[in-house]
Each structure stands twice: as structure tokens, then as C-alpha cells.
Design a protein around this ligand. Structure first.
Ligand code: NAD
Ligand code: IPM
Ligand code: MN
Length: 358
């Protein structure tokens, strides 16, 4: 039987709670293929023991897997700029996972805090540039700790990097009913990088005459997400802009615990794709077993879809939607009092009922 090898990187905090929940859902749904999971205990606890976020050959260990399912990295015991850069960002950069796909949708039965909008008004797909921009990591601190200190954080935009992510976004827009693509810019203030971004967007647009385009400065885009979310379909943005706007997207969905993402390289394989929630390790609620596992379960479904198991991916989403639609089982972030485990069990029960009926 076809076997997919999955590296599990639960990481830190609630990552260690939501990934096992998603794995149980995956195991209950897998039909006609085998998922072979290998856990990796890399994260901040590992760092405190080993002095590094992963072994020196960590990326080589991950490379052969078909996919990575990641929870969240980061803990107050280790500076974020070390933990995130040495693990999560390294994987994204060194495997050249240049597309970060982040759907923003209202799940059945749930309500957006935008009470005056209908659920169908909020249906966006963010395509986040994931390998350069503000995250490039080049720079330094000069005369550290003195009154004359200088800190440089270089932003890198390459034509190749900009072009490939914008092209991918156009391809996604073309596949959707509304065929709209909005580009997020800030060319009124950033006269080099963002003007090139705009130029490349216009150039690529010529190859997609069937896609309706718009261009918004990032500040206006943030406001538009609240005032007119129905005007947004696919949205393409640089690394930092999309990072910020997709937490706003999670909030629009009703909780950060709902927002899922896929890190992909649709063209070349330098390593496996990574599927993860948008949220972090949530130290404020870790260890209580109440984290919402929806983002992780949704990310797991995106993973199956990407592996070519669209039918099982859809069965998981249907089961998830049936649980949210009924509204009996909800974690505290959605106003309920159920646990992570109880929510996952409810999804598994729906999967089993559907399997028994078919
Ligand atoms: P966060 O996303 O962890 O938490 C923000 C808020 O949302 C918190 O109040 C948290 O309780 C809530 N929340 C998040 N996910 C939830 C869920 N599944 N269910 C219920 N509530 C949820 O953001 P933060 O507090 O800024 O960051 C905490 C740590 O996580 C930091 O170390 C940060 O760098 C890291 N981080 C990691 C990732 C990642 O690994 N992909 C992403 C974001 C932040
Ligand atoms: C995300 C996270 C990461 C990012 C951080 C933790 C480095 O916020 O995946 O959205 O900014 O990309
Ligand atoms: Mn983020």
C-alpha cells in the first residue's frame, strides 16, 4: 500500500497539544494508504539541553520525508530570534518553501467578530512570500549597547523571488470562481523594493488577462479586511506584510486557533513541504489542554491534499465542519469549555460515522 512518510515537529507550548490531536484525526481518516509518522523533539526544551534548536544534520534528517507537520516553535526560555530563526525560518529558507498559503474562511457554525458580515463575505486566500523580504536576516548591530548604537535589518527583494510568488498567486486566482488577485504594497514609502514589487506585479498580470487585479497599500489593505472583506479573494503579499495580515485574518475567522497554512515550493524540491497552524506556541494557555486544534487539523488536511489524497483531505474537512456546525463541542477561545482532546474526538467520531454509513 502507498505509504507517506511524515516528520512530526510539534515544537513548543501548545504545538505539543495540537499536533497529537491532528495526528489522531489523520490516523482515523487514512484509508487506502499508510501514514508513517516520525516524531522529532526539536524545540526550545531540546535547545536548553543541546545548545541548538536541532542537530547539525537536522535538515538532512528531514529532507527524505514526504511532508512535515509542525506545531509551533518558541518559548519564553529561549529568545525568539534564536528559536524561530534556527528552526522554523531555516526550514522555510533552506528548503526554499517560497509560498506560504493561508486560507481565511469562516467555518460552518462559527461567527466572525464582524457581525455585520455574512460568512461568505470572508473568503480569502493569502499567498505569502516566504523566503525573503524583511525576514532575510541580513544586518547587524554596531557599537552595541552604546548611545551611538546602530542596528541594520536589511530587506531583500529579488526579481526572481517576487516574480515566482506573484505568478503562483495569479495561478491560484485563475482557479477560483471570482478570479481576483490583490497585491499588497507600500510603494508610497518604500521606493525601491515595493516599486519593483509593483512593476513585477504589472508585468506578470499581462499573462493573466482573465484575472481581475487590484493594488492596495498595506495599511489600507488592513482596513479593507475589516470594512470590505468581500472585495478580497486571493491576496499576495511580502513576508512581513502577510505575516501581520494573516493574524488579522485569524482574528476575522473568530480565533487564531483556526488559521492554517502550507509552506510549499511548487516548482523544485529542496526538502519536504511544511504544514502548520498560523498561530504560535501560546505560552499563556500551554499545558492546560484547551488549545483549539482546528488550525492543526486543517493544516493536516492541507497536507493530505498536497500529497494527492484529496478525498481523505475532504473527508477530514467535512467532519471538522460537521462538528463546528453543530456547535456542541468548542474550545474556550470559541466560547466553549471543551478540551483539545474532546474536540479531536468529536471530529474522529464524525469521520467514523461517515465511514460506517458509506
Ligand atoms: P500566539 O499565536 O502563540 O498567541 C497569541 C494569542 O492567541 C494568545 O493569547 C494565545 O493563547 C492565542 N492562541 C493561539 N493559538 C491558539 C489556539 N490554537 N487555541 C486557542 N488560543 C490560541 O502568538 P504569541 O503569543 O505572539 O507567540 C508565542 C510564541 O510563539 C512566541 O515565541 C512566538 O515567537 C511564537 N510563534 C511561533 C509561530 C510558529 O512556530 N509558527 C507562530 C507565531 C508565534
Ligand atoms: C508565522 C510566525 C513566524 C513568522 C514567526 C514565529 C517567525 O509568526 O508563521 O506567522 O513570522 O513567519
Ligand atoms: Mn505570524
Amino acid at each position: 500500500m502507498k505509504t507517506y512518510t511524515i516528520a512530526l515537529l510539534p515544537g513548543d507550548g501548545i504545538g505539543k497539544e495540537v499536533v497529537p490531536a491532528a495526528v489522531r484525526v489523520l490516523e482515523s481518516a487514512a484509508q487506502g494508504f499508510i501514514l508513517s509518522f516520525t516524531p522529532f523533539e526539536w524545540g526550545c526544551e531540546y535547545y536548553l539541553r543541546a545548545g541548538q534548536m536541532m542537530p547539525a544534520d537536522g535538515l538532512d534528517q528531514l529532507r527524505p520525508f514526504d511532508a512535515i507537520l509542525l506545531g509551533a516553535i518558541g518559548h519564553p526560555s529561549v529568545p525568539d530570534h534564536i528559536s524561530l530563526r534556527e528552526l522554523l525560518l531555516r526550514i522555510r529558507f533552506e528548503f526554499d518553501l517560497y509560498v506560504n498559503l493561508r486560507p481565511v474562511e469562516i467555518l460552518p457554525g462559527l461567527q466572525s467578530p464582524l457581525r455585520w458580515k455574512k460568512p461568505e463575505d470572508i473568503h480569502m486566500l493569502f499567498v505569502r512570500e516566504n523566503t525573503e523580504g524583511e525576514y532575510a536576516g541580513l544586518g547587524g548591530r554596531f557599537k552595541r549597547g552604546t548611545a551611538d548604537e546602530v542596528a541594520l535589518q536589511e530587506t531583500i527583494f529579488t526579481r526572481k523571488g517576487t516574480e515566482r510568488v506573484i505568478r503562483y498567486a495569479f495561478e491560484q486566482a485563475r482557479k477560483r470562481p471570482r478570479k481576483r488577485l490583490a497585491s499588497v504594497t507600500k510603494s508610497n514609502a518604500m521606493q525601491h523594493a515595493m516599486v519593483m514589487w509593483d512593476d513585477v506585479f504589472s508585468e506578470v498580470a499581462r499573462n493573466f488577462p482573465d484575472v481581475e487585479t487590484a493594488r492596495y497599500h498595506v495599511d489600507a489593505a488592513a482596513a479593507r479586511m475589516i470594512t470590505a472583506p468581500e472585495s478580497l479573494d486571493v491576496v499576495v503579499a511580502s513576508n512581513l506584510f502577510a505575516d501581520i495580515l494573516t493574524d488579522l485574518g485569524g482574528a476575522l475567522q473568530g480565533s487564531l486557533g483556526l488559521a492554517a497554512s502550507a509552506n510549499l515550493n511548487p516548482v523544485a524540491r529542496l526538502g519536504p513541504p511544511v504544514f502548520e497552524p498560523v498561530h504560535g506556541s501560546a505560552p499563556d494557555i500551554e499545558g492546560r489542554g484547551v488549545a483549539n486544534p482546528i488550525a492543526a487539523i486543517w493544516a493536516a488536511s492541507l497536507m493530505l491534499e498536497h500529497l494527492g489524497e484529496a478525498e481523505t483531505a475532504a473527508r477530514i474537512l467535512t467532519a471538522l465542519h460537521n462538528v463546528t456546525r453543530e456547535g456542541h463541542v468548542r474550545t474556550p477561545d470559541l466560547g466553549g469549555n471543551n478540551t483539545t482532546e474532546e474536540f479531536a474526538a468529536a471530529v474522529i467520531a464524525k469521520i467514523q460515522t461517515a465511514a460506517a454509513a458509506s
